[in-house]
Design a protein around this ligand. Structure first.
Ligand code: SAH
Length: 252
């Protein structure tokens, strides 16, 4: 059986208890070496065969999985963060289904959650924004025009940009052309939850300059929107004494 496992976005102790158990039991581990913390592999069995998918094609990954399956071995496919975002898991699952190979999926802590933690930030503040747009600039992988950064910017919601740190001049121009004010607060989070995590606060119009000055070129998320300021919000209704919930009557 093949187990897809989210490794979490950096710190080795952020993997789930289930993910760690599967890693300890695996005969074969295929990990995304570009972003998965190698310390996670310290948990592997002495006899486990370990492959770094950063150096492999889809066909090579599948061939390792098929071989392991033929030998009755247990495989963990370890993806960075949570596999559901920019994880290229569907193509692997489809290939396994075609061969009649069973698989399951254990989620992980995505970097957009790690970045919020690094900033001590709530993405959804009452009266400021109640939505998070998770997207990326088009790179070698195109983004459908209807969901361009410019189009989403019109909502002025909290936005988290993956895979865009190398394109910040263009990103900030698109964000402003779409509707964010140039002085909208923004943050750059480099290697969220890793020991060498760094965070920078700037504005939409200074994103590129801030990244350049601090030499951030990759493994970073860009967060923009008025919520980055973390002020000017209304208190929650859920914890408001005047408000009854299913679990607690109003206190006034
Ligand atoms: N599935 C992953 C994302 C993979 S795409 C997840 O859930 O996080 C790879 C991109 O994710 C990187 O280019 C970067 O933009 C972002 N990323 C991954 N780990 C990160 C981290 N620890 N800190 C900041 N950004 C990270």
């Amino acid at each position: 059986m093949i187990h897809f496992v989210g490794a979490g976005c950096g710190a080795a102790d952020l993997i789930t208890v289930r993910g760690q158990r599967l890693l300890r039991e695996a005969d074969v581990i295929i990990y995304a070496g570009s972003l998965v913390n190698p310390a996670l592999l310290d948990d592997a069995k002495e006899s486990a065969k370990i492959y770094n998918s950063a150096e492999m094609t889809l066909e090579e990954v599948l061939s390792v999985m098929f071989d392991a399956e033929r030998q009755g071995l247990m495989t963990v496919r370890l993806h960075t963060g949570d596999p559901c975002l920019y994880g290229a898991i569907r193509e692997q699952m489809d290939a396994l289904e075609k061969q009649g190979i069973a698989y399951d999926y254990t989620p992980g802590v995505s970097s957009f959650c790690g970045a919020a933690a690094a900033l001590n930030m709530e993405y959804t503040l009452p009266d400021v924004s109640q939505s998070v747009v998770i997207t990326r600039m088009a790179g070698r992988t195109p983004v459908p025009e209807r969901e361009s950064v410019r189009a989403f910017a019109a909502h002025k919601a909290t936005m988290v940009l993956f895979l865009s740190t190398g394109l910040l001049e263009k990103t900030q121009a698109e964000l402003i052309a779409g509707g964010y004010e140039p002085d909208t607060p923004a943050a750059i989070v480099y290697k969220a939850t890793w020991p060498d995590e760094r965070t920078y606060l700037c504005t939409v119009s200074t994103l590129a300059a801030c990244a350049k000055k601090n030499e951030v070129k990759k493994t970073a998320l860009i967060i923009v929107g008025d919520t980055v300021r973390q002020s000017g919000y209304a208190r929650s209704e859920l914890y408001n004494p005047a408000f009854s919930t299913e679990f607690r009557p109003a206190k006034e």
